[in-house]
Design a protein around this ligand. Sequence first.
Ligand SMILES: Nc1ncnc2c1ncn2[C@@H]1O[C@H](COP(=O)(O)OP(=O)(O)OP(=O)(O)O)[C@@H](O)[C@H]1O
Ligand SMILES: [Mg+2]
Length: 279
Amino acid sequence: MTPYTKKDVLLQANNVSLSYDGKCILYDICFAIRDIVRPGLLQGQVVSLVGRSGIGKTQLFRLLSGLQKPDGGRITIRERVPSAKPDGSIQVYRERIVQPGDMGVIFQNYYQFGWRTVGQSLMLAARQNKVLAGKEEDVIRQFTQQFDIEDVMSRYPAQLSGGQQQRVSIIQQLLKGSDFLLLDEPFSGLDVCVLDKVVELLLQVSLSDELKTLIIVSHDIATAVAISDTAFILGKKPGHEGSTLVKEIDLIERGLAWRNDVREEKVFRETIREIKECL
Ligand SMILES: Nc1ncnc2c1ncn2[C@@H]1O[C@H](COP(=O)(O)OP(=O)(O)OP(=O)(O)O)[C@@H](O)[C@H]1O
Ligand SMILES: [Mg+2]
C-alpha cells in the first residue's frame, strides 16, 4: 500500500447532543476527520456514517451541515483563509463553528428548485465558484456528458427520474466547489448501473482536491464502506435513550481503502459483519 499520513483536523465534533421535546436523539458524539496525505497523489477524504434506520443519521447530517444547531457541544471545521499573497503561496487556515453554506449538501430527498431547469440550476451553482469564472459552460458540459444527463438540461426537476435528480444534485454541489460534501443516502433508489456511475463520480470527486472531504450518511453499509477510508457507526449503548458513535473503523489500516476490488476481500466481508453486529 502507498504510504500515507493523517495530518490536520479538517472537521471536529465535540460532545455533540440533540434532543426533541426532552427526548434524547443523539448524545456525546465525538469524532475528528483528518487530512489524509499521500506523497505524489491528490487524496481527499471519504468518510461514511452508517447505522440502522431511525438511529439519527439524518439528524447528525443536519448538525454537520450547520443547518441545525446542536443542543450541546460543537462542530468545527478548518477553513482556508483567503491568501494575503496574490500568488496564493502562503495558505492560512482557521478553525470555526460550521455555518449553513459551508458544505455542499445533498439531501435524502434530492431537493431542487422546481422552477428552474437543470441547466439554469447548474449555471447558478457554477457562478458561485470563483475558480470557474469564464469556464462555467465548459465545466458543466464536461460533468453532464460524463454522467449522462446532457439530454435533460432543459427539463425541470419534476421531469427527471430519481437517479437523474440525484446526479444533478451531486454535480450542482460539486460546481459550487465547497471543500466538504455531505450526502444523505446517496445510493438509495438507484439501479445497479446508475449506482456504479454515482460511486465512480464520488470517487473522482474525492480525488479532485487534497482537502475535498465527502461525508456519506447511509444504511447501505457495503457500498458506503467500499469507497471510504473511515467508517463511523452510529448505534445504541445499553442504558441510554439516544444514539452515539459506537465504533470507528480505520479502513486504510485494514487495507480496504482506495481499491476497486475491495468487495472480494475476506477482510471486507468480515468488516461488514463486524459493523452489522454493532447495529
Ligand atoms: N422534528 C423531530 N421531532 C421529533 N423527533 C424527530 C424529529 N425529526 C426526527 N426525529 C426522530 O429522530 C430519530 C432519528 O431520525 P433520523 O431521521 O435521523 O433517522 P435516520 O437514521 O436518518 O433514519 P433513515 O435511515 O430511515 O433515514 C427518529 O426516531 C425520528 O423519529
Ligand atoms: Mg435518514
